[in-house]
Design a binder for this molecule. Structure first.
Ligand SMILES: [Zn+2]
Length: 412
């Protein structure tokens, strides 16, 4: 370790910012930013606070982008872009975090007030401190450390603080991408809104999601005379067993994912008749499929319809399926993409660990970037306490993640 190397200077400076970072967490927590559709006022007040913070902190070209929203008292949902200029503007290294939080939920489960953040045993507790303030604060202080040390980064650094992540991103990053040409193909885009406790997961891909509600219609009858009815529950049970064939029809593997296969699982089951001696005429169950990106969702839907037709014929039932959610996976970010390589190197330098590009079963907000053709990667070191009571941020993670960003901002 050479104490005069830029990275070591940055790391030392970030350590000195530790208390200030915790203080910013407490101040952000005191301005709850809940979406109107979740019963809140939106992010306007928190965004105003952040704009002031950025301007006072020497960030340049601070832009407040207002996505119109008549349900919010302010009339808009705020998105902020800010820069720290580097030696070259050939590319921008972005960190995007979201300002909105989810409601605290059952208050009696909290050990303190969700909006009065408190510190205990190296952790900050409060709603939003992990999701997504941990890395918001980390990214801001990584920039401040550059400024304090007088280090000019090689490329521009972009900070994006967006609204509406928790309720679909339409007034958030979606709106920004559609209305502003801020992002470019050659930019590195880091979205620290997913991760693991070791800090070793770089999320680069996701599976498609298909959720179906499946209703099987037969004919109700007395339990003693099944021949006078059509047992919908029995037919549905054979259908569920037959649906397991999907695993054989789509056997593809992709080792980026854990599990490395597409999954097709019956999950929720609605109650049918309340008594034992009635043959049920209607049955409802649900299915959750997570489909590898190279398999077409339409093909899976077609296979399900074919299996259903077979059951309809055999049991003389009618099967209706209704889509509850259908999200086609965004194209994955290549494992070789500069953003992935930069994250790997930085995690190694700061946490002494090998981070691995991975795919996950559900969607993240990075998919919005990927669909728009940008290489984005999700990464953070966190315990995944998001949306839980007593959500916390490990202060060492916040400080460590700031060093990771500091390392990435220095890259050649
Ligand atoms: Zn989040």
């Amino acid at each position: 370790m050479n104490p005069n190397q830029p990275f070591d200077r940055l790391a030392r400076r970030i350590e000195q910012f530790r208390d200030e970072m915790v203080d910013l967490q407490v101040r952000l927590c005191a301005i709850p930013a809940i979406a109107p559709s979740s019963g809140g006022e939106g992010e306007a007040k928190k965004a105003d606070f952040l704009v002031d913070f950025l301007k006072a902190g020497g960030f340049v070209d601070v832009t407040l982008i207002k996505a119109p929203d008549l349900d919010a008292p302010a009339g808009y949902r705020p998105n902020i872009l800010a820069y720290c200029r580097g030696k070259s503007s050939a590319r921008t290294i972005w960190v995007m975090t979201h300002t909105d939080i989810v409601p605290p939920g059952e208050l009696s489960l909290w050990h303190g007030h969700p909006y009065k953040a408190w510190v205990e045993k190296g952790r900050v507790y409060g709603r939003g401190v992990e999701d997504n303030q941990q890395d918001m604060v980390a990214s801001l202080y990584a920039v401040k450390a550059h400024q304090a040390e007088g280090i000019l980064p090689n490329y521009d650094i972009g900070i994006a603080l967006v609204a509406d992540e928790e309720t679909g991103s339409r007034k958030g990053i979606d709106y920004v991408i559609q209305n502003y040409k801020a992002f470019r193909k050659q930019d590195l885009i880091i979205v620290p809104d997913a991760g693991n406790a070791a800090g070793t997961m770089i999320e680069v891909a996701e599976k498609s999601i298909l959720w179906l509600k499946i209703k099987t219609l037969g004919k109700q009858a007395h339990g003693s005379t099944p021949e006078k009815g059509i047992n919908s529950f029995k037919a549905a049970s054979f259908f569920i067993a037959a649906l397991n064939e999907l695993y054989k029809i789509y056997p593809g593997r992709d080792k980026l994912f854990d599990p490395p296969i597409s999954t097709f699982e019956p999950t929720k089951k609605e109650a049918n008749v309340p008594n034992i001696n009635t043959i049920p005429g209607e049955d409802v169950f649900y299915m959750d499929s997570r489909i590898l990106p190279k398999v077409k969702v339409q093909d899976v839907e077609k296979s399900i319809r074919m299996i259903a037709a077979d059951i309809e014929k055999k049991f003389k039932v009618k099967i209706h399926s209704e889509i509850q959610q259908r999200a086609t996976a965004a194209p994955p970010t290549p494992v070789q993409a500069p953003v992935v390589q930069a994250l790997k190197k930085a995690v190694k330098a700061v946490y002494k660990k090998e981070a691995k590009p991975m795919g996950i079963g559900g969607g993240t907000v990075a998919a919005v970037f990927r669909r728009a053709g940008f290489s984005a990667a999700c990464w953070s070191k966190l315990d995944e306490t998001a949306h839980q009571p007593n959500e916390y941020c490990i202060i060492d993670n916040m400080v460590g993640d700031a060093k990771v960003y500091g390392h990435i901002f220095l890259q050649e």
